[in-house]
Design a protein around this ligand. Structure first.
Ligand code: DAH
Length: 361
């Protein structure tokens, strides 16, 4: 047997360590090389029989050898652990693109289409639905969950709980369709997806990281950028220690992920009763690439939506302690995203049922 102090012992040992291909094998090697019954330990015990001078020199050599073996073991361990972590991450990874590709096509009305059903061929996913699916994927990839709420709402959810009591001037921002049911003016078609924030906060306690897509309604005359029936995605984060920087970073990440890095996003100060401070966010107009055109009213920018830090009054309305929790919220138009992503100069074509548009889904 080679003695630990022979030339070549260390080389053999280091090769053995480097050759351990699993963490279990490495553990066995460590026991064998440095444990109680190892050659190193035996050599240390044998020191006692030596004269003091020689004992000191040998002792120092043995310490050096042990330090080198332990360093090699530690290095190999971290390499194997990193490999194991990489394998685990790869196994846990969710491939969202695969889920999308495997999905059966859906018609514009949301119904499943039967492959090869007659001369019309397969139905297509409407461009707006596709945008919604893609936006959901982007946010799920960022760690958000998806929630929804009703299209018919009460005044309390759509306005009051969002810090807009009756006769609040900000209600004027929303031209509302009221339903002819009791109480008068108490039930309406939601004018935005913000009421779903309230419903989510009633169901769940913080931390909340949710997006809420859905259909909204306003008494508006359709034009190049507005439809009376449109879609929004609401976002809500309520947790401890949330800052405006988190909001700005989230908006930037989602616009870059959805529109691509060559489209800029910017925030501009604004007012919403349910957030303070509030901002509007805009992206470069994709029709003119920022040089100004009719679609963007010659500004080079198109407004996607609003955002801000959740007003403490909203948290109080759902019984959450605003001293402990804070958050941010945003809401933006899905149809606007479709328009900007696909370079659609006039949004009304999304409702026209022109097959050249429908076929693109
Ligand atoms: N609900 C607003 C609208 O439709 C948009 C909005 C602004 C949503 C600020 C938010 C927000 O969540 O924080 O005009």
């Amino acid at each position: 047997m080679v003695s630990v102090l022979d030339d070549g012992w260390l080389g053999e040992v280091l090769a053995q360590v480097a050759g351990a291909s699993t963490l279990d094998a490495l553990h066995e090697a460590a026991v064998e090389l440095t444990g109680k019954r190892s050659a190193l330990s035996a050599a240390r015990q044998a020191l006692g029989a030596l004269p003091p001078d020689e004992r000191r020199v040998r002792g120092q050599q043995l310490n050096d050898l042990r330090a080198q073996v332990e360093a090699a073991l530690a290095e190999r361990r971290s390499v194997l652990q990193a490999a194991q972590r990489r394998l685990r991450l790869a196994a846990d990874r969710l491939d969202l693109s695969e889920v999308l590709a495997a999905r059966a096509p859906r018609g514009a009305g949301g119904h499943r289409c039967v492959p090869g059903d007659g001369r019309w061929g397969r139905g297509r996913v409407h461009l707006v639905q596709r945008t919604r699916d893609e936006l959901e994927d982007v946010f799920v990839g960022m760690g958000f969950t998806v929630a929804d709420g009703p299209e018919v709402e009460t005044d309390w959810y759509n306005f009051e709980a969002l810090n807009m009591p009756p006769a609040h001037p900000a209600r004027g921002m929303f031209d509302t369709f009221y339903l002819d049911v009791e109480p008068p003016d108490g039930v309406l078609l939601r004018t935005h997806t913000s009421p779903v924030q309230i419903r989510v906060l009633q169901r769940r306690r913080p931390p909340v990281y949710a997006v809420m897509p859905g259909r909204c309604f306003r008494r508006e005359t359709p034009d190049a950028r507005h439809l009376p029936v449109f879609h929004q995605v609401e976002g809500l984060v309520v947790d401890e220690g949330i800052t405006f920087g988190d909001l700005a970073g989230t908006i930037e990440s989602f616009t870059a992920a959805y529109f691509g890095a060559d489209i800029d996003a910017r925030l501009r100060p604004a007012f919403f009763p349910f957030t303070e401070p509030s901002a509007e966010f805009e992206v470069t107009c994709t029709i003119c690439r920022g040089s100004g055109c009719r679609t963007c009213s010659h500004t080079g920018w198109v407004e996607l939506g609003g955002c801000g830090m959740v007003d403490p009054a909203v948290l109080v309305a759902v019984g959450i302690d605003p001293e402990r929790y804070g958050g941010f919220a945003f809401g933006f138009g899905i149809d606007r995203c479709t328009q900007m992503r696909h370079g659609i100069a006039d949004m009304r074509v999304l409702l026209d049922n022109d097959v050249r548009i429908l076929r693109q889904g």
